[in-house]
Design a binder for this molecule. Structure first.
Ligand SMILES: CC(C)[C@H](C(=O)O)[C@@H](O)C(=O)O
Ligand code: SF4
Length: 790
């Protein structure tokens, strides 16, 4: 008999179940989305789809738009409009298209003339748009950041952006529960960034695949909201769909006075806090995976390779392929060493740098800047460095930093003080590394070419990047802040002589070092601030889906050459580098596929050793990757679009990045999981290596060789299979249950009224589709006169 008593639930279970509009027997869930953040890179094709289908944005009041990836970070003193300010044509087009869409759909927008503009994951929390217990999505993988508030927040692809804009819901599946518990006292010089780099080093970049990670334990509880955001931000680098931290007093304090949070002391605030306080995992709740970490085992950590799992303590050395047991890791290590230009055994602190980047949605909040400023105060960046940049995460962070005089500290030290944006985190704007330049970066990804083709990235905390700026090499912040570095540096030939600032140089014991490095993280949140005819095996014609959203190409069977690939963690930056994300179309990306691997950067010629440049693989329709975690990293749907445009309709691998996996289905493609080291995967890979065609039969769920013999059977979620085989359009399907969405919205308005139309757009009714009325002067006007400025 079913028990009336609910089994204990995790935080994730609770937020998920509070947002289920509809659930099918096969586990497919229609999830209500409370908060939708939008930026210029992943939205144009979604808005185009809406326009083509004559659909509206269902909840403008729950949608917040900004521009961040493409924009220059140069001074905006002379900024009049995007059209005149952004020099690079494709970037300009993308930003102007966003502004057009904002106007056409009546959305709240923080553009370049608005001080509230900033990196999408910085502005959501800053405004109180991100609230505990909400579902938050954005066409961006680091949406996981918002999970720090106890929100279920995750990145989605462009097709899903369109789905959310049209329906305010998302079709999804239940994720697994994973718990990462960090207990104890963090050592001196160790910050939240070190925690998450250490965790990823332990679990690997595929460690969280298919799961939502709950971060808990005394070390996490003791962190500020900013620090929790840095941790949740990088859950995606640990392969997870999302990261979450249960809301607590630190969360509530952070939210007090934020423009879009319920007004403090109002009855709504009290109701909200009561609800938010219930959002913690129940005693005895079950997790599919649990990881326990002792805070004292975490050192200031840096990356050495081209994956966020390639990390060592700063006191360590560059590893050698022999340090890894399994073959895939050995191969990745070799490849990474070559790309990074490093020799095994080199002490990390001997690695000389060219550039320093302190910024990104991981570490460009006020607390990050305060920490970096404490380290550099009164010192100078090393003369050997070509460039050291501070890029605040938002206009408001920048203003607050300036009010505190941090800009002066940085400028005096020789840093550049920039305007807000993603900047050199991925270099879609002019801030990039040149080939072979080495950068100490507070961002989150060190993939090949991430910060510029051929550029070499070392990930670390703001404190460590600041220390590196002073030394000109990767450096141990504990030495800098305690003064011992100064003695060593004086001895070292050619090292700059640096006068230590009294407030820094005086620090000699761990307690004081904590004060300099960690105090801000410890709860000191500043409130101020088919192609048609999949069954037609022969054709290799233009295969991109049209801008229309209605109807998807069917997938029944696919016969063709399969290209083998033996690489682990093929990330979406490798599948399609950032310079090709500036398009506002879905088509024509085939030539950009695996661009850095496919073409010689000097001559532009094809590299003959790359598999897709060789016959018969030029005509491949299937990709067989024997390494795990294919498509990890960013949410760019440009990755499946590029594969599709090249002619590849099916990717077979042991595992996939979650967002990439979803994105392929939305484009009539089939991602298939076959277990690593299984006979089945080996058999399919052998056919691929032999250059023989295979047939993927989705109806029968089998892969056959050219003689019709079965090589492997596979599983696919029933709902997804049904949609693919019948070419069904998700949005159309969802609209069939619109009455359920309306009922959900009516209930939501009663239970959590603070989520309706708060702040920037007022709703004229309750539930359902109603017009949102813009509050005057919140969209484009100069912030000085802006009544909403705070
Ligand atoms: C552009 C966007 C799709 C991408 C992401 O999803 O992460 C970007 O923000 C990144 O960091 O690579
Ligand atoms: S990871 Fe970098 S590029 Fe992506 S949203 Fe964050 S700052 Fe922007």
């Amino acid at each position: 008999m079913p028990s009336a008593v609910k089994p204990p639930q995790t935080l994730y279970d609770k937020v998920l179940s509070d947002h289920i509009v509809d659930e099918k027997e096969d586990g497919t869930i229609l999830l209500y989305i409370d908060r939708h953040l939008v930026h210029e890179v992943t939205s144009p094709q979604a808005f185009e789809g809406l326009k083509n289908a004559k659909r509206k944005v269902r909840r403008p009041d729950c949608t917040l738009v900004t521009t961040d990836h493409n924009i220059p970070t140069t001074p905006r003193k002379n900024f009049k409009d995007v059209a005149n300010f952004i020099e690079e044509a494709d970037s300009r087009t993308q930003c102007m298209t966003l502004e057009e869409n904002v106007k056409d759909f009546g959305l709240t927008y923080f553009g370049m003339g608005d001080r509230r503009q900033g990196i999408v994951h910085i502005i959501g929390p800053e405004q109180g748009f991100t609230l505990p217990g909400t579902t938050v999505v954005c066409g961006d993988s680091h949406t996981s950041t918002h999970g720090a508030f106890g929100a279920l927040a995750f990145g989605i692809g462009t097709s899903e952006v369109e789905h959310v804009l049209a329906t305010q819901t998302l079709i999804t599946q239940r994720s697994k529960n994973m718990r990462v518990q960090v207990d104890g006292q963090l050592g001196p010089g160790v910050s939240s960034k070190d925690i998450i780099l250490h965790v990823i080093g332990q679990i690997g970049t595929a460690g969280g695949t298919g799961a939502v990670i709950e971060f808990c334990g005394s070390a996490i509880r003791g962190l500020s909201m900013e620090a929790r955001m840095s941790i949740c931000n990088m859950s995606i680098e640990g392969g997870a769909r999302a990261g979450m931290v249960a809301p607590d007093q630190t969360t509530f304090e952070y939210l007090k006075g934020r423009p879009l949070a319920p007004k403090v002391n109002s009855s709504e605030w009290k109701r909200a806090v009561e609800y938010w306080s219930s959002l913690k995992s129940d005693e005895g709740a079950r997790y599919d995976t649990e990881v326990f970490i002792d805070a004292k085992d975490i050192a200031p950590t840096v990356s050495w390779g081209t994956s966020p799992q390639d990390v060592v303590p700063i006191t360590g050395v560059v590893p050698s392929p022999d340090d890894f047991a399994d073959d895939a890791r050995k191969k990745s290590c070799l490849r990474a060493l070559e790309y990074m230009g490093l020799e095994p055994g080199t002490p990390m602190q001997d690695i000389t740098l060219d550039k320093i980047f302190i910024g990104s949605c991981t570490n460009a909040r006020i607390e990050d800047l305060r920490t970096a400023a404490r380290i550099v105060k009164g010192k100078k960046v090393a003369p050997g460095l070509k460039r050291a940049m501070i890029v605040p995460g938002s206009g408001l962070v920048k203003r607050e930093a300036e009010q505190e005089g941090l800009d002066k500290v940085f400028l005096d030290a020789g840093f550049e003080w920039r305007e807000a944006g993603c900047s050199m985190c991925l270099g879609m704007n002019p801030d990039i590394l040149s080939p072979r330049e080495r950068c100490a970066s507070t961002s989150n990804r060190n993939f090949e070419g991430r910060q510029g083709a051929g550029g070499r990235t070392h990930l670390m905390s703001p404190a460590m990047a600041a220390a590196a700026a002073i030394v000109g090499k990767l450096a141990d912040v504990r030495k800098i802040a305690s003064g011992t570095w100064a003695e060593n540096a004086a001895k070292a030939e050619g090292s700059p002589k640096v006068e230590l600032d009294a407030s820094v140089a005086d620090v000699s014991d761990d307690e004081d070092l904590d004060r300099i490095l960690d105090a801000p993280e410890a709860g000191d949140s500043s409130p101020s601030t088919a192609p048609a005819g999949m069954s037609n095996p022969g054709a290799h014609e233009a295969k991109s889906p049209s801008g229309k959203s209605a109807g998807m190409p069917k997938f029944t069977t696919l016969n063709g050459i399969a290209a083998p690939m033996d690489i682990a963690n093929v990330d979406t930056d490798a599948i399609i580098p950032k310079q090709f994300l500036k398009t506002i179309k879905r088509s024509g990306l085939g030539s950009a596929l695996f661009h850095a691997w496919r073409y010689d950067p000097a001559t532009g010629d094809e590299k003959s050793d790359f598999i897709l440049n060789q016959p018969p693989y030029r005509d491949a329709k299937i990709l067989v990757c024997t390494g795990p975690n294919f498509g990890c990293g960013s949410s760019r749907e440009h990755a499946p679009w590029a594969l599709l445009d090249f002619g590849i309709r099916c990717v077979i691998a042991p595992s996939f990045g979650d967002i990439f996996f979803n994105n392929t289905f939305k484009n009539g493609m089939l991602p298939l999981r076959l277990p690593a080291d299984s006979l089945e995967l080996a058999a399919v890979a052998a056919e691929a290596r032999g250059g023989r065609p295979v047939t993927v039969d989705l109806v029968e769920q089998v892969i056959r060789d050219d003689n019709g013999s079965a090589l492997a059977r596979f599983d696919v979620d029933e709902f997804r299979r049904h949609c693919l085989v019948n070419g069904l359009d998700d949005i159309g399907l969802t609209m069939q249950v619109e009455d359920k969405i309306k009922r959900f919205e009516e209930k939501r308005s009663m239970v959590t009224p603070w989520l309706d139309g708060s702040g920037y757009l007022k709703r004229t009714g309750v539930g359902g589709m109603v017009e949102a009325v813009p509050v005057p002067k919140t969209n484009r006007g100069q912030v000085k006169d802006d009544p909403m400025d705070w």
